[in-house]
Write a new protein. Structure first.
Length: 345
């Protein structure tokens, strides 16, 4: 077992939020070796971004962009930090993070706790230039015009991130998910397009899994109409499957991890059908193996993102997924990741 995986196992013995803080500190301070070069078959392009591999880090682990140098050495193809809001905010009262070990799941109601846009921008200015880094934008809890917060984030981070994600799907900020409705989405995406102007930085949209196929179709069409470059499918769910066994299964907040797998996969398939290859998709939610990553790619994803599975498996999971993914691509006769996208029957 790798040293980083032993560390992850030790952290699982601690309170979840304490463990999270220690993990960020360790990533800041530990002299991690550079990741091995990736198998060339894993190199791919998403929304114009050249990635050494399609396995990315989802937003939420490094909310303030504090540990990007350490994270860049773990073997990810791209990193997404945030969510960041214009003003610093403490988030929701503790406890607000729950580890459902029996279910290999997490429930969180963090509430966009972060140090604010200025601190975030300063850290992005010092980010590792060898890594593809995305910034995930949120809105402050007390802001009435939430679209204005996303515009402010987009403008302030111009030139600092390789891509920007508009997160309208967190269940822990009141009113946020309402921005996924067509009228509100048209207003938001229209204002973002105006603020972008000719800036070529890709803008992604992260959506919830708790949407009908018809709602996802509307989001795909709105995204295409307003120049969104990719969809991330999907965020955490408010659903509580009957199969959950852990003591904290009824805590309020967004559920992530293994129980999200089926719902996130269904949302991805709906987005792929609606998009018909016109809009790149990035899969997130319940991805915990090379087999699952490969299934999402064949279902329509150009790349995948991890977070909750890392809590239970440790950073060694990244390499295991990449090795398995490369083997599966070759076994099925593909020479690139992009050849395998949307090939499921």
């Amino acid at each position: 077992m790798a040293v980083t995986d032993i560390g992850a196992a030790l952290l699982r013995t601690l309170d979840p939020e304490t463990a999270h803080g220690l993990a960020i500190r360790a990533l800041q301070l530990a002299p991690l070796p550079a990741a091995r070069a990736d198998d060339p078959i894993l190199a791919t392009t998403v929304a114009g971004l050249s990635l050494p591999n399609p396995v990315g880090l989802a937003a939420g682990l490094d909310k303030n962009g504090e540990a990007l140098h350490g994270l860049s050495r773990l073997g990810f193809g791209f990193l997404e930090c945030g969510s960041v809001t214009p003003l610093a905010q403490p988030g929701n009262p503790k406890p607000r993070l729950f580890r459902l070990s029996e279910d290999r799941a997490i429930i969180n109601r963090m509430g966009f706790n972060n140090a604010g846009l200025e601190a975030f921008a300063a850290r992005l200015a010092d980010r590792p230039r060898s890594a593809v880094v995305g910034a995930n934008l949120g809105a402050n809890k007390d802001t009435e015009d939430k679209a204005a917060d996303y515009v402010a984030g987009l403008i302030r981070l111009k030139g600092l991130a390789d891509y920007v994600t508009v997160n309208v799907s967190s269940p822990n900020t009141p009113g946020l998910r309402a921005l996924q409705g067509r009228a509100a989405l048209d207003d938001l995406l229209g204002r973002l397009a105006e603020a972008r102007g000719t800036d070529p930085t890709p803008v992604f949209l992260k959506i919830a899994p708790d949407l009908t196929s018809a709602e996802i179709t509307l989001i795909v069409e709105a995204s295409l109409d307003h120049g969104i470059n990719a969809l991330i499918v999907s965020n955490t769910t408010l659903d509580r499957p009957d199969s959950l066994r852990a003591r904290d299964r009824d805590e309020a907040g967004g559920l992530s991890g293994a129980p999200l797998k089926a719902r996130a996969g269904a949302a991805l398939r709906a987005a792929a059908e609606a998009g018909g290859g016109r809009l790149p998709l990035i899969a997130a939610g319940g991805i915990d193996s090379g087999a699952e990553a490969y299934a999402r790619i064949r279902a329509g994803a150009s790349a995948v993102q991890l977070y909750s599975a890392l809590i239970f498996e440790g950073p060694g999971l990244i390499g295991r997924i990449k090795r398995d993914l490369a083997a599966r691509l070759r076994s099925d006769g593909f020479s690139t990741v992009s050849e395998a996208v949307s090939t499921a029957r």
